[in-house]
Unconditional design. Structure first.
Length: 348
């Protein structure tokens, strides 16, 4: 658990950014639409922008305090920054890009070596490649590795998944969860995707027009508008049983035969629209993944309903309002979730 104290006042067009966030999150999310002020908050934290007033503190490291005339320089803040756009050096190999972060870290503050981080991210096969020969997901992995090898006091992540395809997103989400769990680095994650925030963050602050309008556990505080505006994607970490079986909570998940190269766990995603609901156990169907659960919440939006079910893990399904009424669903109702193996996505 980490400590975040972020108080920022700054005049930006077309509004006054005035936020106060105090959190003991492991991974803090900032959620909001484009132009709400999220990136400016990160820029003030990193030192790229200077607040007009306020205080910025992570784990008792004070980076900015207007009242006490503290404004630590960017290089001395030592906060890793990864955005949606690659900032890697195109004239350097992957290995040299990562080593750059290490070489510019004071010797007495180095925690990780380049080889350790390359091994942690499983990218040793990429080290001799130039940046031009990497996929979007690979570039973001390298950018994250370069940020971490500098032994940062925190990581600032600004929409790092927004330009990636679904399979690349799954892989990077898994790595970010590993960084959070195993390296214990405080992280602030900015996104306009409720799916990503709920998959990664244990606390979130919702930013709108330069102010924080709500903070807390993502699964509790996201209001109906937040979830209605998206095609919701569920992310889960599963145990690998064999090439065609995964374990999700107490459920067995059947997939098309795949090779996982000795991995004990993988990250999967399932789109809410790819899940069929039934009020009785289906028979005579081709789909093999049938999970019994119960409805714990639902959100009606026009002709559609987002249904949250508990099958050992919480999972969102999107069905029509007509289907919702026909199935006579309500809170605590038993429900069967039906998922085709072909609708389960995972990283190659």
């Amino acid at each position: 658990m980490h400590s975040f104290k972020i108080k920022i006042t700054k005049k930006i067009e077309p509004f006054l950014l005035n936020v106060f966030i105090e959190s003991n999150a492991n991974l803090l999310g900032l959620y909001g639409v484009s132009g709400s002020g999220k990136t400016t908050i990160l820029n003030c934290m990193s030192g790229f922008d200077e607040p007009d007033d306020g205080k910025i503190e992570i784990d008792n490291h004070i980076f900015f305090d207007h009242a006490n005339n503290i404004n630590t320089s960017i290089e001395k803040r030592r906060l890793g920054y990864v955005s949606q756009f690659s900032t890697l050096f195109p004239n350097m190999s992957v290995a040299k890009n990562i080593s750059f972060g290490f070489d510019h870290t004071p010797k007495n503050e180095r925690i990780y070596s380049p080889n350790e981080i390359i091994s942690f991210f499983g990218i040793s096969h990429l080290t001799d490649r130039t940046i031009y020969k990497l996929s979007g997901g690979e570039r973001q992995l390298v950018a994250l590795a370069r940020a971490i090898v500098s032994s940062p006091k925190g990581l600032l992540l600004d929409e790092p998944l927004s330009s990636l395809d679904s399979k690349s997103k799954i892989g990077l989400i898994r790595k970010l969860k590993s960084v959070n769990r195993e390296l214990n680095i405080p992280m602030v994650y900015v996104s306009h995707s409720a799916s990503e925030i709920m998959a990664l963050c244990d606390q979130v602050s919702i930013v709108s027009n330069g102010t924080v309008i709500n903070s807390g556990n993502p699964s509790i505080i996201f209001n109906h508008d937040d979830l209605n505006s998206i095609e919701f994607e569920n992310f889960f970490e599963c145990e690998v049983i064999d090439s065609s079986n995964l374990r999700l909570a107490h459920q067995n998940v059947l997939i098309a035969n795949k090779h996982f190269d000795g991995q004990s766990h993988i990250m999967i995603s399932i789109n809410s629209s790819d899940i069929i609901l039934s009020n009785h156990h289906p028979v005579g169907i081709s789909a093999q993944n049938i999970f019994l659960g119960h409805v714990i919440d639902y959100i009606v939006s026009g002709n559609n309903v987002l249904v949250l079910s508990d099958v050992g893990e919480k999972i969102w399904s999107k069905i029509t309002l007509d289907s919702f009424k026909r199935l006579k669903l309500s809170k605590s109702t038993e429900v069967y979730l039906i998922i085709k193996s072909s609708n389960i996505n995972f990283q190659n």
